[in-house]
Design a protein around this ligand. Sequence first.
Ligand code: NHR
Ligand code: GAR
Length: 222
Amino acid sequence: MIGRAERLPVVILLSGRGTNLQAIIDEVRAGNLPIDIRAVISSNPEAAGLARARAAGLRTEIVDHRTYPTRAAFEQALIAAIDAHAPKLVTLAGFMRILGRDFIEHYRGRLINIHPSLLPQFPGLDTHARALAAGAKQHGASVHFVTPEVDAGPIIIQAALPVFPGDTPETLAERVLKEEHRILPLALRWFAEGRLTIRDGRVLLDGKPCPEQHLVGSASRD
Ligand code: NHR
Ligand code: GAR
C-alpha cells in the first residue's frame, strides 16, 4: 500500500458525467494509480460527475463560468480554486470550456486532457459525428498535454478502434469511451511515476518515444 504522502496531488476538472473520473477513482482504489485526488472542480453545477466525486468521498467545488463577467475572470477564479490544493498535476476529464493562454502557461507541463478522437484529426467538439461524416475507418481517443492551441499539445497515448458500418455517433462514442477509461488512468500513472518528459514538443516515456497509438479491436488484426 502506498502512503498518502507518496502519492501525487491531483485536481480533476470536469463539466459532465464523470465516467472518466470514475475510471480514475477505480484505478486509485485498485492500488494501480499512486495519486491523491485533492479536489474535483466543475464548471457546471449540474454535472453528474460531482455526485460521483461525492460518493467517493472526494472534495468538490463549483466554478460556474456563467457567474463571471469574462473568460479571464472565470479563469482567474479557477486558478485560485485549483491552486488552493497545491496540485502537481491538473487533469481535464470531460471539461468543456476552452482555456486562455494565461491559464495554460500557469500549468505548463502539468495539465493533461482526454480528447475523444485520434488527434490531430477532429480537434474540438462533436468528434464522433464528424468522424462518421468524414468516412473515417478508424477513430479513438487521445491523452495529451494541454497547450494554448486547442487539442494540439504533445500526445502521451492514443487508443484506436475500427469504425463499423452502421455505427452512429452514440455507438461509436460508447466504444471510444471504454478506451478512454483505459488510457487516461494509464497516462496519469506514467506521469505520477515521473516517467514522462517533453522534448521538442514530443512526449517521451522513460526517455524513449511514447507508444503513441495502440490499436485495439479488430483493427489490430487487419
Ligand atoms: N484549452 C486550451 N487552451 N487547449 C486545449 O487543448 C484545451 C483547452 C480547453 C479544453 C478540452 C477540449 C476537448 O478535449 C480542452 C482542451 C471544449 C471546447 C469548446 O469548444 C473545445 C475543446 C475542448 C473542450 N468549448 C466551448 C467554449 O466556447 C463551449 C462548449 C460548451 O460549453 O458546451 O469554450 O475536446
Ligand atoms: C469524454 O468522451 C471526453 O473525452 C469528452 O467528453 C466526454 C466526457 O465523458 N471530452 C470532451 O469532449 C472535451 N471537450 P465523462 O464526463 O463521462 O468522463
